[in-house]
Design a protein around this ligand. Structure first.
Ligand SMILES: CC(C)(COP(=O)(O)OP(=O)(O)OC[C@H]1O[C@@H](n2cnc3c(N)ncnc32)[C@H](O)[C@@H]1OP(=O)(O)O)[C@@H](O)C(=O)NCCC(=O)NCCS
Length: 207
């Protein structure tokens, strides 16, 4: 009987150090033109690109981080990334996110610090002591958007969370409805000024 093998059309894997050069440009590739993201991570800044190199180099070596990437089949470059950071007791309240692994540069805007403080406060309030993966970053290169790459990254993140028995917590600037459309869970009861942004929580799988 012939055997059939199914290959994933958009394979997702964990990042390796050789992915770091293309990881450092994924934010401007995914978000440009986005006024807020361009303000907090000025795309032309060499210092911020170096900072991303340090951030990813550190995160890839840490067991509490999962850097999931989709890679182009032709150029072997990162076309999409989703970063996960596991918070578990007893360090639960002390860990920051991806952007706190390396001190911010003078080129980062103050608004980033405010956003990180707000995110930490929301996570502490909502997740309490429940183990959770924080999604710090999700972006798909504009040239590859609309082809299911983002969906596959989110699906893989949910699989990882289920394997660890952890919830997923994320704060989005503009894609709240998109996450909910992927069955990501619920929006906590909070009034958001920005109707496209806010917090999304996916509870840990039961059983
Ligand atoms: C949001 C994002 C990750 C989606 O990735 P993607 O690979 O383009 O998404 P998919 O191909 O899996 O899904 C595409 C669908 O999502 C919809 N979609 C994309 N962005 C959306 C948004 N912000 N809100 C609602 N729906 C959205 C598309 O219209 C499309 O709908 P369709 O299937 O009915 O045509 C990507 O567009 C991106 O990187 N955007 C900029 C960065 C960003 O917003 N990141 C989100 C975290 S803040």
């Amino acid at each position: 009987m012939p055997t059939t093998t199914t290959t994933d059309p958009i394979p997702i894997r964990q990042a390796t150090p050789s992915d770091i050069p293309s990881l450092t440009t994924i934010i401007p590739c995914a978000y440009n033109p986005d006024a807020f993201l361009n303000k907090i991570f000025p795309p032309e800044s060499v210092a911020i690109r170096d900072w991303w190199t340090q951030v990813y180099s550190k995160a890839i070596g840490l067991p509490s981080y999962r850097i999931l990437v989709a890679v182009s089949s032709t150029a072997n470059e990162v076309i999409g990334v989703l970063t996960l950071h596991l918070h578990r007791p007893p360090e639960f309240g002390e860990q920051g996110g991806l952007c706190t692994l390396v001190p911010l540069t003078a080129d980062h805007h103050e608004a980033l610090k405010d956003a990180l403080v707000e995110q930490a406060r929301d996570r502490a309030t909502l997740m309490r002591q429940e183990p959770n993966f924080q999604v710090d970053l999700l972006g798909v290169d504009r040239a590859f958007q609309g082809r299911g790459v983002g969906r596959r990254l989110v699906q893989r993140a949910c699989e990882v969370a289920d394997q660890e028995g952890a919830a997923v917590f994320l704060q989005t600037t503009k894609a709240r409805e998109w996450y909910l459309g992927l069955g990501m869970g619920f929006v906590p009861d909070k009034t958001y000024e920005d109707i496209a942004g806010g917090v999304v929580v996916r509870p840990a799988a039961s059983g």
